[in-house]
Design a protein around this ligand. Structure first.
Ligand code: NDP
Length: 441
C-alpha cells in the first residue's frame, strides 16, 4: 500500500489554542505554580488562607529547596508509576478497539484499570493493617515533594515524547508512520511540546499507550490514595474519629473514581484521546494536576475538621447524588444510543440524521443542553466543595478552575462538531439551544 506523504498525513497546525505560544507559556507557568501556591496558602490550621497577603508573600519567600524537592519521594514516585505499569501487564483485562484514526486504522487498548484499582485498594488495606497509619502520614507530610516529583516526571515524559515524535520510520517499513495531532504540529517547538505532537505515542513495542495509561491510572488512583491518607491524618488528629465531612468527601470522590474505571473504555472516545496529542498539558494534567488539585478538599478537612450537622450533611448528599445522576445518566444515554440506537432504554428518543452518517440526540438529557453532562460534573464538584463548609475559599478553587475548563472544552468540542457536521450542526444547535445550562447558557 502506498504510504501517504507526511505533509498530507500530518498537515501544519494553523489554528492555535490558548492564543498561541504566548498563551501556552502563561498557562504552563501558572498551572505549574498553582499546586504549590494552593499548598502554601493552606498549610496551617486557622491560616487557610493566611491572615494577609503579606504573610503569604513572606512564607513564599522563605521556601527552601528542601521543602520542594526530596530524592526519596522522586524514587517512590517512579516506583508508583512502574507498579501500575506492571499491573497493566499482569492483571487480566479485555482488548477494546479505539475510534477510527484519520489513517483509517483502529488501535487496540487493554482495559483492566478497574481491576488494577481493586488490587491497589486491597494493597492499601493490607498496608494499613500491617504498618498502621505511618505510611499514609508519610504521604501527607511529603505533599509538596510529591507535587515536585510528579511535575518532574510529567515534564520529562513530555520532553521525551516531543523529541521521539520526530523519529523517522521510512527505513522500517513494518512500522507505521508517526501520526501527529492536528493541533500539535505548528513548528513552534514550545507550543507543540505543550499541546502534544504525537497523537497516540506507544512504548514497549507498541504495547503500552502512554496517553491512555496516564489519563486514568497514576493520577486518578493516586488521588484516591491521597484522600485515604488525609482521612488517616484526620483520624490520627481526632483520636481515631473522622468527621462526617471527611467521610462524605471520601465517599463522593471515591464514587467518581470508581465510576471512571467502571466506564474506563469510554475514555477512548473523549477529545483527549481522539484529538489531542500527548504533550505537557495532558502529561502534567493527568499526573500532577488531578491528584494534587482534586484532593484539595480532603487536605483542607485533615487540617480543619468541619462538622456539617444533619442539615449540612443532607444538603451535600442531595447535591452530590442529584448531580452524579445527571452526569452518569446523560453520559450513559449517549453511550448506549451511539452503541445501539435500538436498545429499549433509548428507543423512544428523538434524533436528527446527519450527512456524516452519525445521529445526534435531540431529546432526553441531550435535548436539555448540548453538554448537560458537563453541568452534572460541575455540580458534583460543587458538592465536594460544600463538604468543607464556608470557612475558607481555598477548597472552592476546584469549581472555579473546573468551570473554566468545561466552558473552554465545550467551545473546542463545538468547533470540532461544526467542522464535522457543517450545516447539520447549525440545525442541531437551533433545536438544542443551550450549551451547558438549560435556559441560561
Ligand atoms: P462528551 O461526552 O460530551 O462528548 C462530546 C461528543 O459527543 C461530541 O464531540 C460528539 O461526538 C458527540 N455528541 C455531541 N452531541 C451529541 C448528541 N446530541 N447526540 C449524540 N452524540 C453527541 O465529551 P467529553 O469527552 O468532553 O466529556 C465526557 C465526560 O468526561 C463528561 O461528563 C465530562 O464532564 C467529563 N470530563 C471530566 C474531566 C475532569 O477533569 N473531571 C475533564 C474532561 C471531561 P461525535 O463526533 O461522535 O458526534
Amino acid at each position: 500500500m502506498a504510504r501517504p506523504k507526511s505533509t498530507l498525513l500530518n498537515p501544519r497546525t494553523t489554528h492555535f489554542e490558548f492564543f498561541g505560544p504566548i498563551g501556552v507559556t502563561f498557562v504552563f507557568l501558572t498551572t505549574s505554580l498553582l499546586p504549590y501556591l494552593l499548598y502554601f496558602a493552606c498549610e496551617q490550621p486557622g491560616q487557610c488562607p493566611p491572615s494577609s497577603v503579606t504573610a503569604l508573600v513572606n512564607r513564599l519567600q522563605a521556601i527552601t529547596l528542601a521543602e520542594l524537592f526530596n530524592a526519596q519521594v522522586c524514587l517512590l514516585y517512579i516506583g508508583w508509576f512502574l507498579y501500575l505499569v506492571v499491573l497493566y501487564y499482569v492483571v487480566p483485562g479485555s482488548l477494546v478497539p479505539g475510534t477510527e484514526l484519520r489513517t483509517g486504522e483502529r488501535l487496540t487498548y487493554r482495559i483492566n484499570g478497574f481491576r488494577s484499582l481493586l488490587v491497589t485498594c486491597g494493597l492499601i488495606f493490607l498496608l494499613h493493617r500491617v504498618y498502621g497509619p505511618a505510611p499514609f502520614i508519610y504521604i501527607t507530610d511529603h505533599f509538596v515533594h510529591w507535587i515536585t516529583a510528579a511535575w518532574l516526571f510529567a515534564t520529562l515524559q513530555a520532553l521525551f515524547l516531543y523529541v521521539r515524535s520526530f523519529r523517522n520510520h521510512s527505513s522500517k517499513p513494518a512500522n507505521p508512520p508517526v501520526l501527529l495531532a492536528l493541533g500539535g504540529n505548528s513548528s513552534n517547538w514550545f507550543y507543540d511540546f505543550f499541546i502534544g505532537r504525537e497523537l497516540n505515542p506507544r512504548v514497549l513495542g507498541g504495547t503500552l499507550d502512554l496517553k491512555v495509561f496516564c489519563e486514568l491510572r497514576p493520577g486518578i488512583i493516586g488521588w484516591l490514595v491521597l484522600n485515604f491518607s488525609f482521612l488517616i491524618k484526620q483520624a490520627q488528629a481526632l483520636d481515631g474519629y473522622i468527621t462526617e465531612s471527611m467521610a462524605l468527601i471520601f465517599f463522593l470522590q471515591g464514587l467518581y473514581t470508581f465510576d471512571t474505571f467502571i466506564y474506563e473504555s469510554s475514555v477512548l472516545t473523549t477529545m483527549d484521546v481522539t484529538t489531542d496529542g500527548f504533550g505537557w498539558m495532558l502529561s502534567f494534567g493527568d499526573l500532577a494536576w488531578v491528584p494534587f488539585i482534586f484532593s484539595i478538599q480532603a487536605r483542607y478537612l485533615a487540617l480543619e475538621p468541619v462538622l456539617l450537622g444533619p442539615v449540612g450533611t443532607g444538603l451535600v448528599v442531595a447535591v452530590g447524588i442529584a448531580s452524579f445522576l445527571i452526569f452518569r445518566l446523560s453520559n450513559s444515554q449517549k453511550n448506549i444510543f451511539r452503541t445501539n440506537p435500538h436498545d429499549p432504554r433509548v428507543r423512544g428518543l428523538k434524533y436528527i440524521e446527519t450527512e456524516s452518517g452519525s445521529k445526534l440526540l435531540i431529546s432526553g438529557w441531550w435535548g436539555l443542553a448540548r453538554h448537560i453532562n458537563y453541568l452534572g460534573d460541575w455540580l458534583f464538584g460543587l458538592s465536594w466543595c460544600l463538604t468543607t463548609g464556608f470557612g475558607s475559599p481555598i477548597p472552592y478553587f476546584y469549581i472555579i478552575y473546573f468551570g473554566i475548563l468545561l466552558i473552554h472544552r465545550e467551545r473546542r468540542d463545538d468547533h470540532k462538531c461544526r467542522l464535522k457536521y457543517k450545516q447539520d450542526w447549525d440545525r442541531y444547535c437551533s433545536i438544542v439551544k443551550y450549551r451547558i445550562v438549560p435556559g441560561i447558557y
